[in-house]
Design a protein around this ligand. Structure first.
Ligand SMILES: *Cc1c(COP(=O)(O)O)cnc(C)c1O
Length: 352
């Protein structure tokens, strides 16, 4: 059975978190002289002289309304990258514990593990880019703390079978993290409504993709309240700056506009799929539940270099296992997509 206390790092279990000036006095202060801020203001038209809310109360309320998840189940990170790092620091004893990734997948799980001196074990996806449950199970030992599942997966673009993910959730006594950075572009359902079902589930989402706010650095983790409480204890107190909190709050009022963008991107993704399929050197366009396409193309690396000369930058994944000869291409604007397709036609003419 999953027991949060036994999988926590002992130092984190005992940790007394930093108590901010904001924590010690939570009302609206008439004369706020407790945080050594500059009371005169900022050298800007809008002032940022006050420390931001360390608990992001308003922001979480707004996310709670949009997602239908209570605020106690929400963690806010400086991008998903911080959520990943905080999870390692909560659960993984450096030099002792291990985690499992399912490559090809997002690189930060491994980099962040390396930074935290946590052993990385690999259960590569099968040929169809689905989970290898047998391999996964064989890798788990008493020191396995986290399993990273990215769905829809980067760079393959596909969603992982829901039943397989449920099998992992039901049989693993550590934390299962499902990274749903691309969920808004997917036909498949999010796992966020399953938090009550699984005490060991952490779902990550981000403002960097569908919300169009990559520059703000804002990521979210959703989990049982006791997991979120531990993550909050470990994060830097003021990890989400005032600017980001203000702008994200504004963006959350524009769900309609975001949904329009999602629809447009999905339409363009589907249209691009068909266009790519008609290019003779394209061997395969993998089905995508994301805002990018994984395309297997003859001489992928040369195509990548050629596109560079035209100022078009795609992601060369041709030396990644299971993605041989593949480029990962983000869906752009209508104009950018046309420039890309034109460039690919130029490449064909050049090589004839
Ligand atoms: C883009 C992406 C993210 C987002 O990371 P942020 O730090 O929130 O910008 C998370 N996970 C995956 C798999 C991604 O591709």
């Amino acid at each position: 059975m999953f027991d949060l206390d036994t999988i926590l790092r002992p130092n984190v279990r005992k940790l007394v978190p930093y108590s901010t000036a904001r924590d010690e006095y939570t009302g609206v202060a008439l004369v706020p002289l407790d945080a050594n801020e500059n009371s005169l203001g900022s050298p800007l038209s809008k002032w940022y002289n006050r420390y931001p809310d360390p608990h992001q109360y308003q922001l979480k309320e707004a996310v709670s309304k949009v997602k239908g998840i209570a605020a106690e189940h929400i963690f806010m990170g400086h991008g998903s990258d911080e959520c990943i790092d905080v999870l390692y620091r909560c659960f993984c004893n450096p030099g002792k514990d291990n985690i499992i990734i399912c490559p090809p997948t997002y690189g930060m799980y491994e980099v962040s593990a390396n930074i935290n001196d946590v052993e990385v074990r690999r259960a590569p996806l099968l040929e169809d880019f689905q989970l290898d449950l047998v391999h996964l199970e064989n890798l788990v030992d008493a020191n396995t703390k986290l399993i990273w599942i990215c769905s829809p997966n980067n760079p393959t673009g596909n969603a992982l079978n829901r039943q397989d993910i449920e099998t992992v959730l039901n049989n693993f006594n550590g934390i299962v993290v499902i990274d749903e950075a691309y969920i808004n572009f997917s036909r498949h359902k999010s796992f966020v409504q399953e938090l009550t079902e699984y005490p060991n589930l952490v779902v990550m989402q981000t403002f960097s993709k569908a919300w169009g706010l990559a520059g703000l650095r804002l990521g979210m983790a959703f989990a049982a309240a006791n997991i979120i409480a531990v993550m909050n204890k470990v994060k830097p107190p003021y990890n989400i700056n005032q600017c980001t909190q203000d702008l994200a709050l504004k963006a959350l009022e524009e769900v309609g506009q975001v949904n329009d963008m999602i629809r447009e991107i999905v339409d363009m993704r589907n249209a691009l799929t068909e266009v790519f399929q008609r290019i003779p050197t394209v061997r395969k366009v993998y089905p995508s539940d994301a805002n990018f396409l994984l395309v297997k193309i003859d001489r992928a690396h040369e195509v990548y270099e050629f596109l560079l000369t035209k100022g078009i930058i795609v992601r060369d994944r041709s030396n990644v296992k299971l993605c041989e000869d593949c480029l990962r291409i983000t869906v752009g604007t209508e104009k950018e997509n046309t420039l890309l397709v034109d460039a690919l036609q130029d490449w064909l003419l050049l090589k004839k």
